[in-house]
Design a protein around this ligand. Structure first.
Ligand SMILES: C[S@@+](CC[C@H](N)C(=O)[O-])C[C@H]1O[C@@H](n2cnc3c(N)ncnc32)[C@H](O)[C@@H]1O
Length: 201
């Protein structure tokens, strides 16, 4: 993942905001960052032990923090609709409905989440911008067919590389739902998919 200080960066589906905080620390500023979560501020405080601290530090570094931000409808949100981003990031996407990742219903819902996220991200991307999705690539996650979902919105796979969590000190990936929302999970076979828009080739 390539982040620069001049990039307008949008992060969606954040858990405890430790990833956004890690990127901000790397850049030395968060003035061009917009970090968002589906969960409300109150929910985040209840779900994650570290959310409050990460949010406070991000705010101090100039980050715009938005909550209740649904990645499947975000391009219509007033705070985003007239803006364009050089980087749009969704780490470890997973629908909030409780169920086993292997269940057919869950696979269908996650595929739909990705399809609708890409549709929205495509409308918010700057010319030459990149969408980063980091996720496990083993079964059943490969059944989401993220490359196919992205193509429906004109986004093509420009690169795919191993996601190395050690490159993001302080980041802890969270389960993000149910009683174990604050727990982490193994990131074996995790890759970053880099998408670009066909329009800007
Ligand atoms: C497995 S957790 C990962 C959390 C965080 N990205 C991380 O890597 O630690 C999945 C995240 O996807 C978010 N999510 C699910 N559906 C979403 C949607 N429609 N819009 C935005 N975020 C969503 C959940 O709220 C949760 O934070």
């Amino acid at each position: 993942m390539n982040f620069k200080n001049e990039h307008e960066i949008l992060l969606v589906g954040e858990g405890d905001f430790s990833f956004s905080h890690s990127v901000a620390k790397k850049l030395g500023s968060a003035r061009k960052m917009t970090a968002t979560s589906l969960d409300s501020r109150e929910e985040l405080k209840k779900m994650y032990g570290d959310a409050q601290q990460n949010l406070e530090q991000l705010a101090r570094m100039g980050c715009l923090l938005l909550h209740g931000m649904d990645a499947t409808t975000m391009s219509a949100r007033e705070e985003l609709r007239d803006r364009r981003f050089d980087r749009i990031v969704f780490n470890n996407p997973r629908v909030r409905t409780v169920g086993l990742d292997h269940d057919k219903k869950q696979i269908k819902e996650n595929s739909k989440l990705m399809e609708e996220f890409f549709e929205n991200a495509s409308g918010l991307l700057s010319p030459g911008g990149e969408v980063y999705v980091s996720m496990k690539t083993c079964a059943p996650y490969n059944e989401w067919k993220v490359v196919r979902q992205a193509a429906k919105s004109g986004l093509f796979l420009a690169d795919k590389c191993e996601f190395k969590i050690s490159e993001f000190p302080g980041y802890t990936n969270r389960k993000g739902r149910g009683k174990s929302c604050n727990k982490t999970f193994p990131l074996d076979s995790c890759c970053t998919f880099v998408f670009k828009h066909l329009l800007y080739l």
